[in-house]
Ligand binder design. Structure first.
Ligand SMILES: Cc1cc2nc3c(=O)[nH]c(=O)nc-3n(C[C@H](O)[C@H](O)[C@H](O)COP(=O)(O)OP(=O)(O)OC[C@H]3O[C@@H](n4cnc5c(N)ncnc54)[C@H](O)[C@@H]3O)c2cc1C
Length: 421
């Protein structure tokens, strides 16, 4: 297993880092003003930056199945880890490279399961960065971490489907550029478990697609990726909007989540790196009780523990990416669950330590730490709560051991219990 950067990954990291330092970072004050103060979900200068990044091939980097004819540069999952951490340094920078969720995982679905007509209508503009998309699975009425509970109905009516139900956390639905949703619904209530759900494509201007409200996350609204509650009220779509096969929705869902989790996690690691550097600088410069904070062993340990966790996570994540590249999502199932657990925990620990090092400033919006704490908390729920991943891990552990011979009794003996002989 070789986790070192390929020549392409090396080159792209240098280019992305340069673009980030020279084009993105200097515009951050403008971003804050436009987006956070004026509530603009898509500032004009973002479109300019995107056009520039695209013209340099710094585009669609998070799509290992990119065709040669598509815009951008194809990187595999491992190669992408070498640029995703740079994008993670500032929350909005992945937009510049068209690497933002949920558009990337939605594009992956279309690449794998879209018909030629669907690709032409939805995938091509998504890859060109002309519009955005949303993914509608979670429902307020049922425990949606168990996808079998999803109740929104997809009923057949001649050559159309009719969709009824309410979704929430439909991230991006009310964004002005969002043109379609990928929806998971129940098409056959009688089918065996895992076979009754289907995915369909729904244009957001279809009558009956109603955004009811935008939810806040720990008190704040996400302006660039609003988290919405959407009512699907007798939404009629042609059957040509079916993705894959009827009843094949979960199969598609599994294909979607592996790379998406790797990408989320690598961005978190990139931001974890930023927080460690900020802690170091603060601990060097801030003086309390006559000494810089860095001379206190607690602060030293917080920074050292953070490095330890980041390195462990980075390696685990790159191993996961390598497994997906060289085998598939299924072969990396255990690792995907492990990174989904380990990275948000590490990120949360680092954000929490940074809050302590920075004191009062850290809990306000004057610093990035308050929103880091909130994102870390969210990541323990979104894309599957911790408990579901722990359950998967336990089952895989149990499965791996099931055909193994029982361990020798020697392993259970301490040095002094020879009476068992
Ligand atoms: C910011 C944000 C963005 C999101 N974006 C999207 C999106 O774009 N599209 C979308 O469809 N969804 C999205 N989600 C929804 C997210 O994926 C769900 O919230 C998540 O899957 C959990 O489902 P639930 O909220 O219904 O919780 P529930 O299923 O009700 O689970 C609640 C709790 O029950 C416990 N639990 C559940 N199963 C088990 C188990 N097997 N063992 C032990 N305990 C268990 C866990 O503690 C869990 O946290 C987003 C969520 C957030 C917060």
């Amino acid at each position: 297993m070789d986790l070192s950067p390929s020549p392409l990954a090396f080159e792209m990291r240098k280019k992305v880092e340069h673009f980030f330092e020279t084009e993105i970072l200097p515009r951050d004050p403008e971003w804050r003003r436009e987006v956070h103060e004026n509530g603009n979900p898509w500032p004009d200068f973002l479109s300019e930056l995107r056009a520039k990044a695209k013209s340099q091939g710094l585009w669609n980097l998070g799509l290992p199945m990119l065709d040669d004819s598509d815009p951008g540069t194809r990187l595999n999952n491992l190669e992408y880890t070498y640029v995703a951490d740079v994008m993670g340094r500032l929350g909005w920078s992945s937009f510049v490279f068209n690497c933002q969720p949920p558009d990337v995982p939605n594009a992956e679905i279309l690449q794998q399961f879209g018909s030629p007509e669907q690709k032409e209508r939805w995938l091509v503009p998504l890859l060109n960065g002309e519009f955005r998309s949303t993914f509608a699975m979670t429902e307020p009425a049922v425990a949606s971490s168990d996808a079998n509970n999803i109740e929104t109905t997809i009923e057949s009516d001649g050559d159309h489907y009719v969709i009824n139900g309410r979704k929430w956390w439909t991230s991006n639905a009310s964004h002005p550029l969002c043109k379609f949703a990928i929806l998971v619904g129940l098409s056959d209530p009688e089918a065996e478990r895992g076979r009754g759900h289907t995915m369909v494509l729904i244009p957001t201007d279809t009558p009956g697609f109603i955004v009811e409200r935008t939810l806040s996350v720990f008190g704040a609204k996400d302006i660039t990726t609003p988290h919405d509650q959407v009512l699907f009220d007798n939404v009629r779509i042609p059957k040509t909007n079916l993705l894959g096969t009827e009843g094949g929705g979960f199969l598609i869902g599994q294909a979607r989540l592996g790379p998406a989790r790797i990408q989320h996690c690598m961005r978190m690691i990139g931001h974890g790196e930023v927080m460690v550097r900020l802690m170091l600088e603060r601990a060097r410069d801030r003086v309390a009780f006559g000494k810089p904070l860095q001379s206190y062993s607690t602060v030293q340990e917080w920074i050292a523990e953070s490095r330890l966790e980041l390195e462990q996570c980075k390696l685990m994540l790159q191993k996961t990416a390598w497994l997906v590249d060289n085998f598939d999502n299924k072969a990396a199932r255990r690792e995907i669950s492990m990174i989904k657990l380990a990275v948000p925990r590490a990120y949360s620990n680092i954000a929490d330590r940074a809050v302590q090092v920075f004191g009062g400033m850290a809990v306000s919006d004057d610093s990035p730490f308050a929103s880091a704490v909130a994102s870390a908390r969210v990541m323990r729920i979104a894309d599957g709560p911790d408990e579901v991943h722990l359950r998967t891990l336990f089952k895989l552990e149990q499965f791996a051991a099931k055909d193994e011979p029982a361990l020798s009794p020697s392993y259970l003996r301490g040095p002094g219990n020879s009476f068992l002989e």
